[in-house]
Every structure is written in structure tokens, then in C-alpha cells.
Design a protein around this ligand. Sequence first.
Ligand code: GLC
Length: 393
Amino acid sequence: MTLPGVLGDLCRGVLEASWAEGQRRGVRFAYTRPSPSRYPWQWYWDSCFAAISWRRFEPRRSRIELETLLAAMRDDGFIGHVVFWDRPISLWRLTYYNVSSRRAEMTATIQPPLLAWAWRIAVGDPAAEPRIARHHRWLRANRDLDGDGLLWIVQPDESGLDASPKFDPVWGPRSQAGWGFPLLVARNRRLGWDARRIRDRGHPVLCEVLTNVLWGLARIAAGEPSITPALVDRLWDERHGLFLDEVQPGGARPLVSTWAALSPLALPDLPERIGRRIIEEHLLDPARYWLAVPPCSVSAQEPSFEPNRARGWKLLYWRGPTWVNAAWLLWLGLRRLGYDDEAGRLADRLAPVVAREGLREYYDPRNGEGLGARDFAWTSLIMELADPDPPGP
Ligand code: GLC
């Protein structure tokens, strides 16, 4: 069998085995668990990635997956980053999950809001679904703190990048890799996870690059004005050739090179000059991101680079290993800007690793060893690289 054939079987098998369905107080749900043994609930961005993958195997499920996120939406348009459809969270998780109580039906925090983009790729025109417009209205009203279209987050996990070292200078010991994370959760719980209240009390809020890249893609998909010019204005750092987050209050711009700093490559309207600079100075540099199994999630030149410390201590996620969703988003930029050989090489290095190790949460960028959760659904995005351009919805 060909490599795409082997991978296709593997991905379909994991997606099917991770499918959960049922009813909660009369509301039907069906979604892909990010990893049945480790992440049993519905996670917002995992679901969007799973929906994108489902279109290759059973397109009906792409719509059902995203409709389940919409079914969790509050009347005001808010959708939490984890939805507890079929079982409440355990007591010990209460200390570091963003919920107001154990009875909460979902967290009170967001994840990168790419639903409309996933809908466009896998289902159809998001402008034809009024609930998506309502969701976008909530995000604008509550998280666009400066009126330029960019969103602000109140905790590291809102970006999906949890323990990334780029959050260490922002939240210090309260960052997700630190001992004090439960204190951050407790404080934000008291402030209702309200971004304006948090900022106005002098606590950090962050205009984070990746969140805004995925939000930007969602807006373009929904036919709303692009925020790419605002992203370039606010977060592009000409001196280092990277996109860097902004912290408020204070305006600090921590200089930590992670793949998020390169992620605007996924934007279709990123100025070409900027895209080429990111690719040539950073992504393709064998001392930074282009290791044996690229792209590592943190530049290998960062002192915090930890490609394989996740085994003992789960909280060291995101500090170096290679993630397939990241690989795909950066690959999109390589292809768009005509780096076809490099895009092909990325696929040629990553696809056999996934076939050998199975769908793991992440991989050691030096030797491809599979790490973290098993049967990890969004790693099925490997099909985007291994078999580009399947028929659309
Ligand atoms: C981890 C990841 C987050 C993901 C979740 C479920 O918390 O950091 O991005 O959504 O697992 O896979």
C-alpha cells in the first residue's frame, strides 16, 4: 500500500474510535475526543481540526462535529474551550480547569476561534450559518479590547499553547508550566474570566499571535474584513523578523521564538516580503526550526527548548516537540509562497514518522519518537500534507 493509503487507514481508525455521541438534557451531541484516554471531552480547536480531517473519510461528520460546538454555545455567542458533554470534571481537575463550579457545562475561557475557517474547508459557507455570526459578535464585544479587530487572551491555555515558554515572562510562576498556575485560575475565576476586568485590575492580558491568526482565518472565511493589516501593525517585529505578542498593561513584547511567531504564514494575505523573511530566516534554519523532523514548536536556539521532557512531567508540553497542526499551518505558507520543494520535504519527513509511531500528540524533532497522548485526533491533519487537495465540500 502507498504511504498516503497506510496513513489514511490509520487516521480513519483513530477518528472512528474517538467518536462520542449521546444526549445532554435533550441536546444531541457527537464529536471526536482529542485522545479518548487522556482528553475525553470536546475541545474547541481539536474539534475544528478533526472536522477538517473528517471531510476525507465521512464528510457528514465534519458538519456534525462543528454543529456540536454550536449546540454548546450560550445565547450570547460564547463557546467554551472544553465542553463537558457526557461527564463532569473530576475534583482534582477543578483546581486548574477554567470552570466556575464542578457543575459547569463548559469552561469559561476560549480557544483559538477557527470554527468558521474549519466550516469553510469542510462544510460550506459560514455566512449561511447565523450562529457563527453570533459567536463572532461575542468575540468582538468581549475580547477585541482595542477596537482594531485583534483578540486578547487572559490565560495561556486560551491560545491552545498551554505551557509554551513564551508565556513564562508574562505570567511568571503562574504560567501553565509554573507551580502557581492554579493561583492564576483562581484569580481569573474571581474576576469571571472577564478580559476588561482582569486588565483594569492590572493583571496581564495578551494579544497573542496564533489566536489572532486562526481568528483572522475565520473572519476571512466568514466574509468579514481581514485583520492581517492590524496583526502586522501591532505584532510584527521588523528587527527580529518574528511576530511577537503584546502584553497589557505595560505594552511588553517578550522575545521568545516559538512556532506561533511564524504562524501568520498561514494567512492568505500576509505580505509576501514578511512571509519570505519568516521562512528563510527562521523556519528553514537547521539551527532553529528545521531539525530532522521539522518544525519543532520552539526554536532550538531558545534556552527553554525542551524537545522531550514530557514523559515525566506533563506540564512541559509545547516547549520543543513537533506538532502536526503546527506543521500543517506553516506548510500552508510554504506552498502559498512557492516553496514547493521545502513543503514536500516537510511532508516526506513527517509522514513516515506518523506512519511508524502512530497518531501521537507530538514527536521528538530529532528522531521522530512519538510522545504524549496516543490516538491523538488532530494528528490526522498529516493527510493534508501527505495527500493535498482532496475534493472540497
Ligand atoms: C492540551 C493542548 C491543547 C489541546 C488539549 C486537547 O491541553 O495543549 O492545545 O486542545 O490538550 O488536545
